[in-house]
Each structure stands twice: as structure tokens, then as C-alpha cells.
Design a binder for this molecule. Structure first.
Ligand code: HEC
Ligand code: HEC
Length: 290
């Protein structure tokens, strides 16, 4: 047993061990640490008794309060569904005109539509529905498949070039790659198409007579004699400033050379009919504001 010794500098006792002349102080654990140790142990014991705590294979100790987070969420969802039921029923029953004329209903619809759009559509079309290259702007400009709420609803339901049996089909042929037009003709027609977009069809027809002729013979069947597009074929209007892929010469060349078959998924199996109707009305409403 070492002799008790007090360190003159700190006033603490030493443990009596000594390493090469260095002695260890015998400093006690502070009281606060004991206090917190006891308090937290007590807390966890009480928590184990009242709340779900210890896993036991496939089950767990449930605690005498019987608290279950899944129950809490289930109840919250039920309450939300109950709150939504009346206005969702109104949307299901009424026509688009009646819905859009009902200010209170539209307020709820805009909120729900924004959430549905953010969760399902924004990855491709952008959070503001403004689109990206290859993903159309839904908030402004002309829609290839029609911009009535009924047309938008149908596009969302069946998709474009999707696996749905009623899918809308958009086939822009690969005129260059498939050898449907010689290289010189592709060049002439793309210059004509670019110039319609830039300076209008009359001017383009005057400066690009060869391009106009090739257009009338190969493109007008789908895009229309006046190049204003055809909604029932999903063939875009080539005379306006809105482009799905791009209106510069290089992009128009890629479109005409390689063809385009943009794909929009069908939502019939992923969203209910009321959600699809909400989205169609939401987009139609968004477009009116611009
Ligand atoms: C069979 C019908 C059909 C014919 C014929 C056709 N197109 Fe198209 N075109 C389409 C469709 C449908 C789209 C939209 C493709 C998509 O949605 O992915 C399209 C898209 C385009 C685009 C892209 C527009 C944009 O917004 O980016 C250009 C440019 C174009 N066509 C030019 C032409 C030219 C030039 C010709 C003739 C050489 C032609 N098309 C012939 C159906 C056709
Ligand atoms: C995986 C990407 C993707 C997602 C997700 C997506 N879309 Fe699309 N959508 C497209 C593409 C690509 C097109 C253009 C297809 C084509 O080339 O014609 C399109 C076209 C559309 C059109 C037709 C535009 C026109 O010119 O007529 C509407 C309306 C539309 N989408 C709405 C929606 C809504 C609403 C959602 C969410 C429920 C959604 N989309 C989700 C890719 C997507």
C-alpha cells in the first residue's frame, strides 16, 4: 500500500503510482456526471415502461401507453382524406367550366395540382412547367396535342408513344438516316423551316423556293401547308417561337435527319382519375395566367 500523499500544487491526493518521477492525481469524477448518469438511466427505465422500446424477434415491447407512430400517420391520412373528400367529389362530378368558375374550389385545386405536378411531372417538365430541351413547356405556347383541359387530360391519361393501348403517337420520320430525302434536300428544307421561325412563312417562301417545294411534298401532310401543325397528329407548329427540340439550324437538322419520337409516360395506372383531372385543370389554369 502506497503512502497517502497530497500534491502541493493542486491540493489533490495522488494515487501513489509513480512513473519516472511523474505521479498521477487521484481526481474524483465530478458530481454532475453521476447526477446525469442517474437521471438518464431513470429516464430510460421510465421510457421503456411507457413507450415501445425493446425489439423481441418479430415483435417488441409495446409500452403501457400503446403509442404507435404508424397509427398516428394512418389517423392523419384518414383525417386529410376526410377533409379532401367533399372538394374532390366536386371536382369528379363537375365539368371543367364549372370547376374553373368556382373560386374556392380552384384555390384547393391549385394547391393540390402544384403538389401533384411537383411530385410527378416536374422531373421532366420543370417545377414551373416551363420545360427543358426535349420536354415541352406546358405553361405557355401552343401545345402539340391541344390545349383544352379535355385534350390535356387525355394526354396525361394515355401518354405519348407510351405503352398504353390508346397512346398518342408522335412520329417525326428520320428523313436523312432512312434515305427518304437526299442530303441537299434536307439542307434546303431545314433552312426553309428555320427561316419560317425567324422571318415568317411568306418571307421564307420567297427566299427559299426549293425548301418550300420540298416542304410541301414531304412535310405538309403532317405539319400542314402553312406549317402551323396538326393537333390530331401531334405535329408541332413550326411558325411560332416555341420549339420542343430547338429552332437553330443544327437542331432542326438533327430532327429532320434522325427523326424524333418523344416519350411521355401514361399516368392512368399511376394516378387516379381525379388526380389526372386536377392536373389537367391546374395546367389549363396556369396557361391562362400567362
Ligand atoms: C408523319 C408525320 C410527319 C412528317 C411527314 C413530318 N413531321 Fe416533323 N414532326 C412530326 C411530329 C409528330 C413531331 C413531334 C415529334 C415529337 O413530339 O417528338 C415533329 C417534329 C418536327 C420538328 C421539331 C419541332 C420542335 O418543336 O422542335 C421539326 C423541326 C420538324 N418536325 C420538321 C419537319 C420537316 C422539315 C419535315 C419534312 C421534311 C417533317 N417534319 C415531316 C410529324 C411529322
Ligand atoms: C419522363 C419524363 C416525363 C414525365 C415524368 C412527364 N412528362 Fe409530360 N411529356 C414528356 C415528353 C418527352 C413530352 C413530349 C412528347 C413528344 O415528343 O410529343 C411530354 C408531353 C406532355 C404533354 C403534351 C404537350 C403538348 O405539346 O401537347 C402534356 C400535357 C404533359 N406532358 C403533361 C405531363 C404531366 C401532367 C405530367 C405529370 C403527371 C407529365 N407530363 C410527366 C415527358 C414527361
Amino acid at each position: 500500500m502506497a503512502i497517502e500523499e497530497r500534491d502541493p500544487l493542486t491540493g489533490h491526493k495522488t494515487t501513489g503510482h509513480e512513473w519516472n518521477g511523474i505521479k498521477e492525481l487521484n481526481t474524483p469524477v465530478p458530481r454532475a456526471v453521476y447526477f446525469f448518469l442517474i437521471a438518464t438511466t431513470l429516464f430510460s427505465l421510465i421510457y421503456w415502461i411507457f413507450m415501445p422500446a425493446v425489439p423481441l424477434g418479430y415483435t417488441y415491447t409495446k409500452g403501457i401507453l400503446g403509442y404507435d407512430e404508424r397509427d398516428v400517420i394512418r389517423r392523419k391520412l384518414e383525417r386529410a382524406a376526410l377533409e379532401q373528400a367533399p372538394w374532390r367529389a366536386a371536382i369528379e362530378k363537375q365539368g371543367f367550366d364549372a370547376i374553373e368558375a368556382d373560386g374556392d374550389l380552384m384555390q384547393k385545386l391549385r394547391e393540390a395540382g402544384r403538389a401533384l405536378f411537383g411530385g410527378n411531372c416536374a422531373v421532366c417538365h420543370g417545377i414551373d412547367a416551363g420545360g427543358n430541351a426535349g420536354f415541352p413547356n406546358l405553361a405557355a405556347g401552343v401545345l402539340n396535342w391541344g390545349d383544352s383541359p379535355e385534350a390535356i387530360q387525355e394526354t396525361i391519361r394515355v401518354g405519348i408513344n407510351s405503352r398504353h393501348p390508346d397512346t398518342r403517337t408522335a412520329q417525326m420520320p428520320a428523313f436523312g438516316k432512312e434515305g427518304m430525302l437526299p442530303r441537299a434536300d434536307v439542307k434546303a428544307v431545314i433552312t426553309y423551316v428555320r427561316d419560317i421561325g425567324k422571318s415568317g412563312s411568306d418571307h421564307a417562301a420567297m427566299t427559299q423556293p426549293k425548301g418550300l417545294e420540298i416542304f410541301q411534298n414531304n412535310c405538309a401532310a403532317c405539319h400542314g401547308d402553312d406549317a402551323r401543325g396538326q393537333v390530331d397528329l401531334g405535329a408541332p407548329n413550326l411558325t411560332d417561337a416555341s420549339w420542343l427540340y430547338g429552332g437553330d439550324l443544327q437542331t432542326i437538322h438533327d430532327t429532320v435527319w434522325h427523326g424524333r419520337q418523344g416519350r411521355m409516360p401514361s399516368w392512368e395506372n399511376r394516378l387516379g382519375p381525379v388526380d389526372i383531372k386536377i392536373l389537367a385543370t391546374y395546367l389549363h389554369d396556369l396557361r391562362k395566367e400567362r
